[in-house]
Design a protein around this ligand. Structure first.
Ligand code: NDP
Ligand code: OXD
Length: 313
């Protein structure tokens, strides 16, 4: 019998994934968790984003697990994740490019004061302001210089922003200053007029966007979180903006998603909210990566984009 891939995603989304996988791998059996009958002992691979805790542990023949997303915190949320089963994350230039586009767009919207002009347009006010601060006088700091952070940094550098990144290990990226490790975090923050979070969510990075971090930023700094809601203490952000220390924020990810109607972030005049859409994994590209990984494994080749369980990303 051919291998069985279990899709553990909301049933309504499942055709997005089953159709392109079936097109390129007609011999692979596919079952959708919550929709199809399948025997636990038959499952060879799982494709998911945030599997139901305990599900993966119940699959005795599981060979490896695919993440639909670049971020894998949804798998670490399962305390029973079977750590002998490799986890492969989604790494794709198209996804990184779209993330970088989002970051550049919202950096420029802030830098060029576009929200102010939007408000004036509503009031039919024609007001020519003095030119904005030049990009070369504006310091952008990116938390996380990985696949996505590095590409975003390169684009911002190319727009002449003074660009720096903070990561666990030192990086060499042309025209981008590298800060590494906890010891250099405060120096990095103190030189960041615009702070952009592109870290994975791990025990070390959870809650990193908090009152202490904001206090280390220059006055009027702007914060963008495109990584995970768990990085940001939302009440600390609102307090730092309302006190006048921060000038505003753009948020794509939230502690609770969908963002509850009761959240003060929705209507805050200095906060831009988008519904976790900075970039969305393309199912056709993901399907190809899944099918390629299965083939590599069958041919005895090493798996790529493996998550390190000790680092948590
Ligand atoms: P990578 O794993 O490629 O990069 C992670 C970066 O974070 C690395 O530079 C790493 O340092 C750094 N890092 C991790 N832990 C620490 C730490 N404790 N201290 C300092 N630096 C640290 O991830 P990606 O760039 O592919 O993705 C980043 C995140 O973006 C994802 O985890 C996901 O949460 C988010 N995302 C959000 C999307 C959205 O639509 N909003 C879409 C896609 C992703 P080092 O290089 O030294 O290891
Ligand atoms: C991801 C995401 O991690 O969509 O890829 O958030």
């Amino acid at each position: 019998m051919s291998d069985l891939l279990l899709l553990a995603v909301p049933v309504a989304w499942s055709p997005l994934w089953t159709i392109p996988i079936a097109e390129i791998a007609p011999d692979l059996r596919i079952a959708v968790h919550g929709r199809d009958e399948y025997a636990l002992g038959d499952v060879d691979y799982v494709l998911s984003f945030r599997p139901e805790p305990g599900l993966l542990k119940s699959l005795p023949k599981l060979k490896f697990v695919f993440s639909i997303g670049a971020g894998v915190d949804g798998f670490f949320a399962d305390p029973e994740y079977p750590r002998h089963v490799p986890l492969i994350r989604f790494v794709d230039h198209t996804l990184s490019r779209e993330m970088a586009q989002y970051v550049v767009m919202h950096t420029l919207i802030h830098h060029r004061q576009q929200r102010m002009f939007d408000a004036w347009q509503k009031e039919k006010k024609w007001r020519q302001t003095i030119p904005p601060r030049r990009t070369e006088d504006t310091r952008v700091g990116i938390l996380g210089l990985g696949e996505i952070g590095t590409l975003a940094a390169e684009h911002l550098r190319d727009l002449d922003f003074q660009t720096a990144g903070w990561s666990r290990t030192r990086k060499t990226v042309r025209g981008v200053e590298s800060f590494a490790g906890d010891a250099e975090l405060n120096t990095f923050l103190a030189r960041s007029d615009i702070l952009i979070c592109l870290l994975p969510l791990t025990p070390d990075t959870r809650g990193i966007l908090n009152t202490k971090t904001f206090a280390a930023l220059p006055r009027d700094a702007f914060v963008m979180n495109v990584a995970r809601g768990g990085h940001l203490i939302e009440s600390d952000l609102i307090a730092a903006i309302d006190s006048g220390h921060l000038s505003g924020a753009t948020l794509d990810v939230f502690q609770t998603e969908p963002l509850p109607e009761s959240s003060p972030l929705w209507a805050h005049p200095k906060v831009t909210v988008t519904p976790h859409v900075a970039a969305i994994s393309d199912p056709r590209i993901a399907a190809k990566q899944v099918v390629d990984a299965i083939a590599r494994n069958r041919n005895g080749k090493p798996l790529e984009n493996l998550v390190d369980f000790d680092r948590g990303y």
